[in-house]
Design a protein. Structure first.
Length: 271
């Protein structure tokens, strides 16, 4: 009966929620009053709605978003409701860990640590060490390239090793070392089926070789082969054929028969 209904003020006191919150929950269709006077807008609630209101209040104290509270209230399956609560708990735990990290840093700063600390400086390496790393990583990359049963982790290792070799050559090498490093990085990307980076590094290999008058007679053809292979992997068959033709034209300029054979074999394996 209407006489059993509680005014919004009474309901607020009994539920522990504010009048403003109850109005907001009504607007969100989270907790509708049992009756709203169409002339005055006064809201009244049934006593049995107090339990729902207290659940909402408790979940808000636990910082659950209102949208999720609505979902939790609508769920009849206890297991699904528990999963929603577990998900909220995981979010709270993650936020707690972030705040603990923030607290740690603030505490350190308050005790005298600089607000912005300098990042650690990489150790200085002598030229001989860098050269040894460049060579060793280059050869290790070839070992992985020749392994037909590489795992996904070894694919990552191969790519990282090729880049690391090229980095160290960039510190101590000459143009010939840089071009060969770019060629190897491009080949690794091509083997992994990644056309765009394969093209980028093949193009860098071509640029370095074309600017280097002291290059060996087989290197420009090899750079063109890298562009042909990368173009094929990227799906550009016209580009593949164009660069292959340019590489084939370079074969006649290679004096050493073994060097010429290496390029011919590479061209024969183009996709």
């Amino acid at each position: 009966m209407a006489d059993d209904l509680l005014s919004i003020g009474q309901f607020a006191r009994l539920s522990g929620l504010s009048v403003g919150a109850l109005r907001h929950y009504d607007e969100l269709d989270l907790l509708r009053p049992a009756d709203t006077d169409r002339f005055t807008g006064y809201r009244r609630y049934r006593p049995e709605q107090l339990e729902t209101a207290r659940v909402i209040g408790r979940l808000r104290e636990l910082e659950m978003p209102l949208d999720e509270i609505r979902d939790v209230l609508a769920i009849d399956d206890p297991a699904e409701r528990q999963r929603r609560l577990d998900r909220h708990r995981a979010r709270v735990e993650a936020r707690t860990l972030r705040l603990q990290r923030v607290l740690h840093h603030v505490t350190r700063i308050s005790k005298g640590d600089p607000i912005v600390s300098r990042p650690p400086v990489a150790p200085e390496l002598d030229l001989a060490t860098r050269r040894a790393l460049a060579v060793g990583l280059f050869n290790y990359t070839w070992t992985l390239l020749e392994n037909p049963d590489r795992t996904r982790e070894q694919d990552d290792e191969m790519l990282n090793a090729a880049h690391a070799s090229r980095y160290h050559w960039g510190e101590v090498g000459e143009a010939v070392n840089l071009s060969r490093g770019e060629w190897q990085v491009s080949r690794v990307y091509a083997v992994l089926g990644r056309g765009e980076p394969a093209l980028y590094h093949a193009r860098r290999c071509v640029e370095i070789n074309e600017a280097n008058d002291a290059r060996e007679d087989w290197e420009l053809g090899s750079a063109y082969e890298a562009m042909a292979r990368a173009s094929a992997v990227a799906g550009d068959l016209a580009g593949r054929d164009e660069w292959k033709s340019r590489a084939v034209a370079e074969l006649a300029k290679i004096n050493d028969a073994e060097d010429r054979q290496v390029l011919e074999q590479d061209l024969a394996t183009l996709p």
